[in-house]
Ligand binder design. Sequence first.
Ligand SMILES: [Cu+2]
Length: 319
Amino acid sequence: MSKHLTELAMKSIFTLSLSAFAAAIATPARAHVTLEQQEATVGKSYKAVLVVPHGCNGSATTSITVRIPEGVIAVKPMPKPGWTVEIAKAKYDKAYTFMHGIKLSEGVREITWKGKLDGAHFDEFAFLGFLADVLPAGSTLYFPVVQECERGAERWIEIPEAGQSSHDLKSPAPALHLAAAKGVPATTFRIGSIVVASPYLRATPPGAQVAGGYMTLTNTGSTTDRLTGGTLDQVRRLEIHEMTMTDNVMRMRAMPNGIEIRPGETIELKSGGYHIMGMELQGSFTEGQIVKGTLQFEKAGTLDIEYAVRPIGGGGHRH
Ligand SMILES: [Cu+2]
């Protein structure tokens, strides 16, 4: 199957009308498809075990398809006696660092097991993956599952919106909470669906008028949000900038409309790309210092954060 077809197939199975389907299942509270281990550490391998507790209203399960979220790399399904296993590979949104510094830019995005599981029985479906170290600790990954049965189907694909929990949903997607790697302080800040990970500023040389700030922004919700501005101690105002390379010249432009963060998207503010910029610096930032600030999001609101100050250099901001 070509990549294009694979993408289309992935889309269709997970976007079939939810409402028509919801009407068909008027059953009361029932056990959900879940992950056996619901917390794991970023930058490490993760063995996922999907627990399928029942069929579709008593009908036998004939296939289980799981979609692998962005950032879960090097995925391998575990074969199951009596079941066939199919994988769909596709490009990741970006290249990730796997073990030993190897970069991976594509891999398994969907796994389907086909076989038969009696409606009154339960079973487990396992796969191995690696949680990329850039995944923000404190956030949640969702693994949508489509369960097809001899009669009907169950679509475990719902993702909670801001202020909701998986428990509020009829057919929640299995969720995995990400913990920080041991020894690394969890510098994660969140408001609503937005997670800000590891914000830092570059230390400023004497006489500097500006200071660059960097972080990772993740939208765990289902609606688009936007970073529109904020404040930073010791500067008069904060701007959102983008560095681009045009004709071999680094240029910087202010982004008055801010940065859009689509549902499920992770955006890295880093040297050479998007960053925030403290203007009219009233002092200096020194390595090791903690600096308070706020970030303003169009939907999620105002978030208080703290920046670590890292050494100058390392491709710091140039004007
Ligand atoms: Cu700038």
